[in-house]
Design a protein around this ligand. Sequence first.
Ligand SMILES: [Zn+2]
Length: 205
Amino acid sequence: MQALPARKVRKKGNVTTMYHPDLIRHPDSCPALVLNADFTPLSYYPLSLWPWQTAVKAMFLDRVDVVAHYEREVRSPTARLQLPSVIALKQYVRPSAHPAFTRFNLFLRDRFLCQYCGSPKDLTFDHIVPRAQGGRTTWENVATACSPCNLRKGGRTPREAGMRLMHTAHCPTTWELQEHGRSYPPNYLHETWRDWLYWDIELTP
Ligand SMILES: [Zn+2]
């Protein structure tokens, strides 16, 4: 599997880069949770986090409001600054109606489950109508499949192989992917992030 690219959100010439969570693996790096101007996370999955350097730069460019802080400070010879732990964009970023067709988003649409047997292991992609039969690489013709199912299906259509998809392959809405993404909170959540996330599953003290 290839490394996943950082997701980019472009708006009116203003480029806001989303960092893949692998880039912000360590809580020690003090990432800031990025909220939209309506105080909802820009993205749940990957959770919208910026390295502290990016967050501080956005503060100085007056593009964000600081909602909460870390204890940790950075110092220059003349000033000290508490690192922001939650920031909100001043300008609302409207999410695009349809997400990009990427490997990651396709897995997310299918909730990281083989669409033939439901296994979460050893996942690959299946062309529902095989390429050899003219099947294209589109949302409607690609499904998450485990290697054993992929192998069993071979160069056949599901009908020819006597296999059935659990869900019709379709182009998801951004909202749908975000809803799926809410089921996968990251391992680490800073305490100041919790007010802005996961109403439904993060109520334990
Ligand atoms: Zn399978």
